[in-house]
Design a protein around this ligand. Structure first.
Ligand code: MN3
Length: 201
């Protein structure tokens, strides 16, 4: 069963950082498009009953004729589910507890982590993503991927994802990617959600 996250907020409620039209098109056209494509690709195949996590964890076993397309679209579904999950009109602006301790350990400070996220996202050439992940050594790491690639394919567990495709910001920000990133991180990124995702991995 391939599922899109149900948005726990309205399209207009992220206006402080992202306009309503962008959220609507991004969710209903782009994100849903990945789901529809994935369903088309796997329908009638032995992967039909797999959920998106299973598809991604076992992507190397998928038939070569559809492997790349399945990976691209499964990544599109999962990356966007994570993106919507960590945004909120009423965000908790700073992590605390266990997650904050790890951030201090692995980045020096929360401010350093935010700079790293912005630097990674700002320097992505073309379309892609910036993630905060837990790597195979159980350390936090900032990493980026191109297109709809997922850190899962490199054995990393993403706990925060920022969409850096132009479709996520172009209507309001045009070429001003940095302004989109700063507004997203300062105004609608919800560390409560990131803590919850971290606690479940
Ligand atoms: Mn997108």
């Amino acid at each position: 069963m391939i599922k899109l996250i149900e948005l726990p907020y309205s399209y207009s409620s992220l206006e402080e950082a992202i306009d309503a039209k962008t959220v609507e098109i991004h969710y209903e056209k782009h994100h849903k498009g990945y789901k529809d494509n994935l369903l088309k690709l796997i329908s009638g195949t032995k992967y039909e009953d797999w959920d998106v996590e299973k598809i991604m964890m076992n992507s190397n076993t998928i038939d070569d004729s559809i492997k790349t397309a399945v990976k691209n679209n499964a990544g599109g579904v999962l990356n966007h589910n994570l993106y919507w999950e960590v945004l909120s009109p009423k965000p908790k602006n700073k992590p605390e507890g266990e997650l904050l301790k790890l951030i201090d350990r692995d980045f020096g400070s929360f401010e350093n982590l935010k700079s790293k996220l912005i630097d990674n996202a700002k320097s992505r050439f073309g379309s892609g993503w910036t993630f905060l992940v837990v790597n195979s050594e159980d350390k936090l790491e900032v990493c980026g991927t191109a297109n709809q690639d997922s850190p899962i394919y490199d054995g990393k567990k993403p706990i925060l994802g920022i969409d850096v495709w132009e479709h996520s910001y172009y209507l309001r920000y045009q070429n001003r990617r940095l302004e989109y990133l700063e507004n997203l991180i300062e105004k609608i990124l919800n560390w409560d959600a990131v803590e919850k995702i971290y606690s479940k991995i």
